[in-house]
Design a protein around this ligand. Structure first.
Ligand SMILES: *Cc1c(COP(=O)(O)O)cnc(C)c1O
Length: 471
């Protein structure tokens, strides 16, 4: 295939994409595929001879699509959304066509400068004060790894990069028990070690880290000769939306001189609505803040905005040529690859630019407010329905519930059976989680194209299938 063939194929792909999205409501959200089904249909060896593109496209329809989970389905209520607004898909089309490597300013000046500008637009939109610098990382996991590496090197005065960690006192990092597994991985990869990730008990209506216990843990570690290095706080935990009291955490961090990272990967998108910003009050004092416009906001994966109060700490940790620090940003040149682990970088800023311009903040706020309101409505309706119990109330557009009809002997088993029945049915898709050891069903509304009627369908499916289980 050459670029002349691409003219037609590319136009066909646009038609296909529009049809796919138009008909998505008629497909089951989750495939009926069983393990190995797709693999069994794929040839064991690669082709020696070129194959017609028509054959490849036919196999896309017949072999691949039946095995796809439709993340853009309007009734995708599982995990968190991974929204790809049409305009961000369009931006990615241009990005793929240009296919630039955007690691240094000079390897694509416009990509770097657009990244600086759209990160600052997002900074303003979410209410972070001036003085934060943003970078687009590939994932929140990477941003958290960067923050943990910065904690490590700042605490060790950059001796870790030079001499390794052996011979150093154990570094200690604090978080609640509600944080995402990407924090564990960052701790492993950074060489800090799981045993040095101190899990502070959490509680209260927001399942927030207990700040008195945090203070005690830090004091005990110092007394034992260990080196506290940082605190990772969470806003909108993945399981049930746990949210730390950021201002109280910052009080401790500032008193102790600890680096802070706030993981708001999902909930951060909602902060474009001023009425939700009190949820993370105090964030304006954090060293590092991460949110994923590739989750709720509609910028196609991958698009993680990572804000740093002092990027020099991170750049000193990750840049191979630290002399560049001397003119850090001052000459207008930023080399974003020095703010992240990989060297190569995609042109991620374009989709965020397209998205923010084509929808405007007000359009995106309306979407988020609708999701939050519909979720609250659904939680309310379920709470009023006999046998249903709300386990964690809505945090933005996420809540958990279970089904405990009178005489139910094993609520965990029933929750699992209900989730399985719902997902086999195919009209909606949601997942389960554990809250305080109890198996619960998790619901979040966040699909870019979801409507109030889709959330009503969720109510119908959940209550109908629950009644069937009892029958
Ligand atoms: C989704 C999520 C992550 C991981 O995000 P990636 O971009 O997939 O790495 C981390 N933390 C929280 C709270 C999340 O919801």
């Amino acid at each position: 295939m050459d670029w002349e063939d691409f003219r037609k194929r590319g136009a066909d792909a646009a038609q296909w994409a529009a049809d796919y999205h138009r008909d998505l409501r008629d497909r089951p959200v989750r495939p009926r595929s069983r393990p190995g089904d797709v693999l069994a249909r794929l040839p064991l060896s690669p082709p020696d001879a070129a194959e017609p593109v028509d054959d490849i496209l036919a196999d896309l329809e017949q072999t691949i699509l039946p095995g796809m989970t439709h993340w853009q389905h309007p009734r995708f209520f599982a995990y968190f959304p991974a929204n790809a607004a049409p305009v961000s898909v369009l931006a990615e089309y241009y990005v793929s066509a240009i296919a630039a490597q955007c690691m240094l300013w000079q390897t694509s000046p416009a990509a770097t400068e657009l990244e600086t500008r759209v990160c600052d637009w997002m900074r303003q939109a979410i209410g972070l004060p001036e003085g934060y610098s943003g970078v687009i990382q590939d994932s929140a996991s990477t941003a958290t790894l960067c923050a943990v590496l910065a904690m490590r090197e700042r605490t060790l005065d950059w001796a870790g990069n030079r001499s390794g960690l052996s011979g150093q006192p154990a570094l200690r990092i604090y978080c609640s028990a509600e944080v995402h597994t990407s924090i564990d991985r960052a701790i492993w990869i950074s060489g800090i070690g799981e045993e040095n990730l101190v899990r502070i008990p959490s509680g209260g209506p927001n399942r927030a880290m207990d700040v008195a216990s945090l203070r005690e843990a830090i004091a005990a570690d110092r007394a034992a000769g260990l080196r506290p290095a940082g605190i990772i706080a969470c806003v909108g935990g993945t399981s049930a939306g746990a949210t730390d009291d950021i201002a109280a955490v910052m009080d401790v961090a500032e008193a102790e001189g600890l680096y802070t990272h706030v993981d708001a990967a999902w909930a951060g998108s909602a902060m474009i609505c001023p009425e939700f910003q009190p949820i993370w009050a105090g964030v304006e004092r954090a060293d590092s803040v991460v949110l994923n416009p590739h989750k709720w906001l509609g910028a196609q994966f991958d698009c993680t905005t990572h804000y740093l109060r002092d990027p020099a700490t991170l750049v000193r940790t990750l840049a191979i040529q630290p002399e560049y620090l001397k003119t850090h940003g001052a000459d207008g040149i930023i080399n974003y690859s020095e703010w992240s682990v990989p060297l190569g970088r995609r042109f991620r800023a374009l989709k965020l630019w397209f998205l923010l311009r084509a929808h405007g903040l007000e359009g995106l706020r309306t979407m988020i407010r609708n999701h939050v309101a519909w979720t609250e409505g659904l939680a309310h309706r379920l709470a009023e329905t006999s046998g249903f119990e709300i386990v964690t109330p809505p945090m933005l557009s996420l809540f958990t519930f279970r089904y405990v009809p009178p005489g139910c002997a094993d609520p965990d088993a029933l929750a699992q059976r209900l989730v399985n029945a719902i997902n086999d049915d195919g009209r909606i898709y949601l997942t389960q989680t554990r809250v305080d050891g109890v198996l619960v069903i998790r619901f979040q509304a966040g699909a870019f194209t979801a409507t109030a009627a889709d959330v009503d369908t969720a109510f119908d499916v959940i209550t109908e299938l629950a009644a069937d289980l009892r029958a």
